[in-house]
Design a protein around this ligand. Structure first.
Ligand code: V47
Ligand code: SF4
Length: 389
């Protein structure tokens, strides 16, 4: 491993890039200017080699996945993000769905007896689904299955809920946490820089508000994820600005688990005129995120969005986690034109996907505790395990 980074340093002629490679070898943080320079000047093999060096230093070949399912309470939303193909405006009342608490509980019950460790609950911002509604949902899920980790609500949903209930972020977060909310997913971050955010997501919580909600969760001992919606109208400096704000908060709290870049998809939304990023650009983004975010333990590729083969490729560009089995509908992506129309993969399929690119599949829980190492499990055993689920 060190030989290949030494070779990279010795053969790089650009002094700025050589200095970045030297910093990576010595575990020294790169600056914002260096982050932008990587986007502007570095080749795909260069950033890939550095990102893979970091990935293998942190995790070796281990590639995590988890067994989870999604619940989307509603696609009705009071906001109007231009990139969103999913929401149905409250005022128009068209094509929207709203699940009752009992319907959501029935979804949870349909996984009884299955070795699922997490439920991921995210949806639109429905004006009638308030704090009381979601507190009741949390309590009922925990009463039914106390061991199930509840990862729920983007900072956008939380900001709306807390403001409507006239609660401070701290009060609101405490109430939900006590009711059973274990951690927060990373959605709603989009791009923090106001000059871009105002053009694509003008009416929801701003970047500072998103960060304050995650900081409050961290201070209560909860872990959270962070996303970045990329590949639309943002420039390289906006990506680095976004990651700098995350890196600074992580220095302060250490509460982020994983960074999840989300590739903008352009089907059926108000930004369909914007073309999508290429796979090369996607891999460069993953690699640069791995290099820049030196204090984030994990980098996740969300396979339903990227597709299975590209998710495999990303494992050579810094990614060490490919999310979960997701055996329920995740409509926010399929409606925006993602690679996977009905995202579901069995444990066996995920294990095979990871083994095909010579990495080690390890099932984790939400907090990255190892549930099961599939590395030395032969194929038949894997099939047997999948049949059990
Ligand atoms: O915030 C919406 C994105 C996010 C589009 O924490 C789009 O484990 C691309 O945050 N093209 C919600 N992306 C989903 C999310 C998430 C997903 C997977 C795992 C985790 C986690 C969190 O979906 C939104 C927005 O950034 N999104 N529309 C679109 N057209
Ligand atoms: Fe609503 Fe989320 Fe879609 Fe924005 S991205 S319109 S907040 S569902």
């Amino acid at each position: 491993m060190s030989t290949s980074i030494d070779t990279l340093i010795n053969t790089t002629t650009d002094p700025g890039l050589k200095k970045i490679a030297e910093k990576v070898r010595q575990q020294i943080r790169i600056s914002d200017e260096e982050g932008v320079a990587l986007f502007e000047k570095a080749s795909l093999p260069f950033v890939g080699a550095l990102a893979n060096f970091i990935r293998e230093r942190l995790h070796g070949d281990t590639t995590y996945f988890n067994r989870n399912f999604h619940i989307e309470p509603t696609n009705v939303c009071v906001f109007s993000c231009k990139f969103c193909s999913y929401s149905r405006l409250y005022a128009k009342k068209e094509e929207g769905w709203e699940l009752s608490i009992d319907q959501m509980l029935d979804i949870v019950k349909s996984y009884d007896g299955k070795p699922i460790t997490e439920v991921h609950i995210v949806g639109g911002v429905h004006p009638k689904m308030n704090m009381a509604y979601f507190i009741e949902l949390m309590q009922k899920i925990k009463a039914h299955r106390p061991g199930l980790h509840v990862k729920a609500f983007t900072a956008v949903e939380l900001d709306y809920m807390f403001r409507k209930a006239k609660l401070t972020v701290e009060e609101g977060m405490k109430q939900l946490h006590e009711a059973g909310l274990d951690s927060l997913p990373g959605g709603g971050a989009e791009i923090f820089a106001p000059e871009i955010r105002e053009q694509i997501a003008a009416d929801k919580v701003d970047g500072d508000g998103w960060l304050q909600i995650h900081e409050t969760a961290h201070n209560l001992g909860m872990h959270t994820n962070a996303t970045m919606l990329y590949g639309h109208i943002e420039k390289y400096q906006h990506r680095i600005d976004h990651m700098r704000r995350l890196r600074e908060l992580q220095d302060k709290t250490g509460g982020f688990n994983t960074f999840i870049p989300l590739k903008f998809r352009n089907q059926d939304n108000d930004m369909s005129y914007v073309s999508e990023s290429t796979i090369t650009e996607d891999m460069r983004l993953y690699a640069i995120a791995r290099i820049y975010l030196d204090n984030f333990p994990h980098l996740k590729a969300y396979w339903p969005m990227l597709g299975r083969e590209n998710a495999q490729l990303s494992l050579s560009f810094g990614v060490n986690d490919i999310d979960g089995t997701i055996d329920d509908s995740t409509k926010i992506y399929s409606m925006a034109g993602s690679e996977e129309k009905t995202p579901a993969m069995s444990t066996q399929q995920l294990v095979t996907l990871i083994k095909q690119v010579k990495r080690k599949p390890v099932e984790r829980d939400t907090l990255y505790n190892v549930v099961k190492d599939y590395t030395n499990m032969d194929f038949d055993e894997t099939i047997f395990d999948a049949q059990l689920n």
